[in-house]
Design a protein around this ligand. Structure first.
Ligand SMILES: [Zn+2]
Length: 282
């Protein structure tokens, strides 16, 4: 069952055990728009089946929030216009040239080109994939794109992100809802989970300029404004004290500035931001 956020917005909950991110559906009077294409053709088909059970206009557009496999590998299943920003388009080209037979998948995993989880999901959810070829997106935009679904406008914007260089967010002004994809998360490089610190405050600015009350996140499903603000405050408080690869210095500085110890989230963020300094120094 899809979750119903309003008369015109639905979403599927993330399923962490199967690496399935949140998928979104925005419906206008004439057309519907899907946010993210799923982690496999099976994920996409499951979502399309849920949409069939609703009385909504046909899906005309699919927006991919960023070029991480779990958000786009179901793309071929949609008979719709697939929209990405230009950076996502560049990153997807690599996946269009891959072969998806078992031997090739194993080769990509060994070469660190593909995560073992991606291989496992494909092997489980996509038994016949010898001739699979990821299609290319239909519409490629640079910075922003506005889509009218019929009395329902969606604003797409490529924003700065601590997670990837190719983050697209989708804002629905008359509902005050924003789909963030994974943009507000950190990312893992060389086994180090980190937030790109230099992009944290530009990203928060990019997001906060929209008057939003509900936020859909790729692997959390939904947050209200208060929860989102707490997340930004904790991340910002952590970022203010991380200035080097030293965790000890960051923790001392946190206690001096805030006259308390960091809470569990702040400690997690501090460690991830220290990791960013380590990644940058490598
Ligand atoms: Zn991602």
């Amino acid at each position: 069952m899809l979750n119903r956020l309003s008369d015109t917005i639905y979403y599927s909950s993330n399923e962490d055990d199967r690496e399935r991110p949140t998928l979104g559906l925005v419906c206008g009077d004439r057309y519907s728009l899907v946010i993210d294409a799923g982690n496999s053709p099976q994920h996409a088909q499951d979502f399309l089946l849920e949409i069939e059970n609703l009385d909504v206009p046909p899906v005309k557009y699919v927006v991919i929030t960023h070029a991480h496999w779990d958000h786009f590998l179901g793309m071929n299943e949609f008979d719709a216009t697939v929209i990405v920003n230009s950076q996502t388009n560049e990153m997807l080209k690599e996946w269009q040239h891959l072969s998806y037979d078992d031997r090739s998948l194993q080769k990509y995993v060994t070469a660190n080109q593909m995560s073992p989880i991606c291989m496992k999901v494909l092997q489980t959810d996509m038994p016949n994939r010898e001739s699979f070829q990821l299609k290319s997106p239909d519409v490629i935009f640079e910075n922003t794109l506005t889509i009218n679904l019929g009395n329902k406008v969606c604003i797409l914007e490529r924003i700065k992100s601590t997670h990837t260089d190719d983050a697209t967010i989708i804002y629905i002004p008359d509902e005050k809802v924003i789909f963030l994809g994974d943009c507000a998360y950190g990312t893992t490089i060389n086994s180090l989970f980190h937030y790109k610190q230099s992009l944290l405050s530009p990203m928060i600015k990019d997001i906060q300029k929209y008057d939003a009350e509900m936020f859909l996140l790729g692997h959390e499903s939904i947050c209200d404004l208060n929860e989102m603000n707490v997340y930004w405050e904790e991340l910002t408080a952590a970022s203010q004290v991380v200035k080097s690869t030293s965790l000890e210095n960051a923790l001392e500085s946190f206690e001096a500035v805030n006259i308390r110890n960091p809470n569990e989230n702040e400690l997690f963020f501090i460690k991830a931001l220290v990791n960013d300094h380590i990644v940058q120094s490598q």
